[in-house]
Design a protein around this ligand. Sequence first.
Ligand SMILES: Nc1ncnc2c1ncn2[C@@H]1O[C@H](COP(=O)(O)OP(=O)(O)OP(=O)(O)O)[C@@H](O)[C@H]1O
Length: 251
Amino acid sequence: MTEPVITLKDATVTVGNQTEILKQLNLEIYPGDFITVLGTNGAGKSTLFNAISGDLALSSGSVYHQGKDITNLPAVKRTAFLARVFQDPKMGTAPRMTVAENLLLAEKRGSRRTLRNRHLTSQKLDFYHEITEKMGNNLENRLQTAAGSLSGGQRQALSFLMAIQVKPELLLLDEHTAALDPKTSAQLMDATNHQVVDNHLTALMITHNLADALTYGNRLIVLNAGKIVLDVKDQEKKDLSEEDLLEYFVH
Ligand SMILES: Nc1ncnc2c1ncn2[C@@H]1O[C@H](COP(=O)(O)OP(=O)(O)OP(=O)(O)O)[C@@H](O)[C@H]1O
């Protein structure tokens, strides 16, 4: 049987005076899963991502990577196999470096980020042109522009490309289109979907957009009060409507 990329077993995160913000959560993420993650504000979606990335320690329970216990593995070591894109376009890119330099920097995910001994050859620039063009928002014509001068949509597209430059075993998309205007958001969502499908990526995507959660991915989970209250895939997911989903949004 295929081994899950990541397994959470009875994962519990407790903060402050014993408030459980993730409650004995069980989740198996299989290779090729594209899981959309829904839930009300405060349901625990970002906490779930932080538990997977190692940014928040579990109070009890375990995290496994390819069957190996990584519960105590620090976040920095987990970047060897996972990448994350955040909501804020300012995160994930170096603002004073050009788009091409940022892409060059991303070529060695998991190791020290430095440009020493790495050079922008014409082959690399051609390759960057090719990959940025696929994002469909003119990023390919801004390779020599400082990342800080890009539009929000272009900067998120760059963050996304940097996250997948070295194919991660798991990609965490943390509302990565939420800070963009509706048209730009839809455009980036479409490009994201193509990239995930074409590159056979395994991904989790937090969204508050019910239509996106239903349209994209093969699997959908809903979190409520630190627990998964719905986990559906394939045909069962396709059969869901927005009205069905709203029933799981209980405060
Ligand atoms: N480090 C922390 N310390 C204390 N409380 C926290 C911490 N991280 C999260 N929380 C609380 O845990 C709950 C879950 O937060 P989380 O950010 O995971 O929710 P979310 O589903 O991502 O919400 P949103 O949709 O608003 O981003 C919230 O009540 C939040 O205030």
